[in-house]
Design a protein around this ligand. Structure first.
Ligand SMILES: [Fe+2]
Ligand SMILES: [Fe+2]
Length: 478
């Protein structure tokens, strides 16, 4: 189970097509940026000495930057950057920034108004901080070099982008994007002013440039707010902002769950709380896990009364008169029905993953046992009829929801839930899932499992622990 933490060591052999796409992508970025430099030298926008040597130097520097940045990202975060979709996203954001750069150079707009921090914010929201910072460094170096090796321009672009990426990295509301823009603007204003003092330039001149820099920060946040939904749809990526919108309990699917399957709804909320706390403890995406948990059982809406949490105490279980294989079919089908319903309601793929993977390929032990008791020929009874179709959890977040789901359901069934019983049961369930191989395809370590278990025990004890009955005092009503 102990998996190597350095992901590069696990790089499988990628196929030829994948390498080809990556090389073409790098070549496209190189060509785009080089043509931008070439265009500027042809237009004589920046005076350079020997034009041929200048272009050769820039061409080689660009190639080095792309190879170094690409290798760094690939080794650091193999799982993210082996996806061609993410590379295309980086290429598109570089392209858009280059276009804005060109607009600023060719029009009376000041060069400090380039909304490059917008690209940094966009990448931190859609990918991660590493990708955002490395591309920001790459572009600020390039733009600083192109405009006659200006260190001040490099620093303004790099620091502005870094501040923007850090300020927006945990943004959950659109208003926070505007806040990040103001922050970038303020930083730009200060750095440009400091350089003005440093160079002894007249205050009227550098204050004007500082204001352009402030405008660049604001423009960045406006552009991100406008472009973000387009990028989310285009690349099928769910940002924290969209996730938070999905947590609105007025969402039609959640509303339907409250009315048709109140037990499942309540179960989903508790699973959400458990998963959120556990993901926080292991530094996984807790918001994604919570929202994934809210929707993980929407497939039960088709036949809510066949699931124990929605059965009322008085009426007999619907499964009493059914064959165990039929019961198993109805239960396992809630995964498939959930995926269909999620697709119909246009839920993002990252949420559909939770619906698909929250049982992994787990065995429905109860019905399997009943079938074994009833059958005369045990060899004919295949275990796979009683297993969920899978796949097994592929991410830390879906694995945590699988564990939270199993632990919550079992703890609820405990007749006398003492802290000791909750602890034993939680550890037993997590161990069983591990032994059954359900956690084989995600990246949870044994230390993570320990932390998850501690978190679950603490929360479940608070929720389910049966209260000690105090002896009644004669005459008191409560
Ligand atoms: Fe389920
Ligand atoms: Fe569930």
């Amino acid at each position: 189970m102990a998996k190597a933490t350095f992901k590069a060591a696990q790089i499988p052999k990628s196929n030829f097509f994948n390498y080809l796409v990556k090389c073409l992508m790098a070549l496209a970025i190189w060509l785009l940026l080089f043509s931008l430099v070439y265009l500027n030298t042809q237009l004589n926008l920046f005076s350079v000495g020997d034009r041929f040597l200048y272009l050769l130097g820039i061409a080689l520097l660009l190639a080095m930057l792309i190879i170094a940045g690409g290798t760094y990202l690939f080794l650091l975060d193999y799982h993210d950057f082996s996806r061609n979709k993410n590379l295309f996203l980086i290429a598109l954001s570089v392209f858009l920034t280059a276009v804005f750069f060109e607009i600023c150079v060719l029009t009376p707009l000041n060069i400090y108004a380039i909304p490059i921090a917008g690209m940094s914010i966009l990448l931190v929201l859609l990918l991660n901080l590493n990708a955002s910072l490395i591309v920001t460094l790459f572009l600020s170096l390039l733009f600083g070099l192109v405009v006659q090796g200006r260190l001040d321009l490099f620093l303004v672009i790099f620091l502005g982008g870094t501040v923007g990426a850090i300020a927006a990295r945990n943004a959950r509301r659109r208003s926070q994007l505007l806040g990040a823009g103001v922050f970038v603007g303020f930083f730009n204003f200060m750095i440009i002013s400091f350089f003005g003092f440093f160079k002894g330039a007249p205050p009227a001149q550098f204050l004007k440039e500082s204001l352009w820099g402030f405008g660049g920060g604001l423009l960045s946040s406006f552009l991100v707010t406008g472009f973000l939904p387009v990028f989310e749809i285009l690349f099928n990526i769910t940002t924290n902002i969209t996730l938070l919108e999905l947590s609105d309990l007025n969402n039609p699917l959640l509303k339907e769950l409250i009315i048709k399957a109140p037990g499942t709804y309540h179960h989903s909320l508790i699973v959400g709380n458990l998963a959120e706390a556990a993901c926080d403890a292991i530094s996984a995406n807790s918001l994604l896990a919570r929202i994934g948990a809210y929707y993980h059982d929407i497939g039960k809406l088709n036949k809510p009364e066949y699931f124990s949490e929605n059965e009322s105490g008085e009426s007999k279980s619907r499964h009493v008169d059914l064959k165990p294989t039929m019961s198993s079919l109805i239960i396992t089908n809630h995964v498939k029905d959930g995926v269909d319903s999620a697709k119909k309601h246009k839920l993002p793929d990252s949420i559909i993953d939770f619906i698909e993977q929250h049982h992994g390929t787990g065995l429905i032990y109860y019905f399997y046992q009943r079938a074994l008791e009833k059958t005369e020929d045990e060899d004919q009874l295949k275990e796979e009829y009683f297993r969920y179709p899978g796949p097994k959890p592929q991410t830390k977040e879906t694995a945590v929801v699988l564990l939270a789901d199993a632990v919550e359901a079992s703890t609820r069934a405990l007749s006398d839930a003492t802290p000791a019983k909750i602890k034993t049961l939680t550890q037993k369930i997590i161990n069983n899932k591990f032994i059954d191989g359900q956690l084989d395809e995600c990246e949870l370590s044994l230390r993570d499992l320990n932390r998850i278990s501690e978190c679950f025990i603490k929360i479940l004890t608070g929720i389910f622990h049966t209260r000690v009955e105090y002896p009644r005092i004669a005459g008191s009503g409560a």
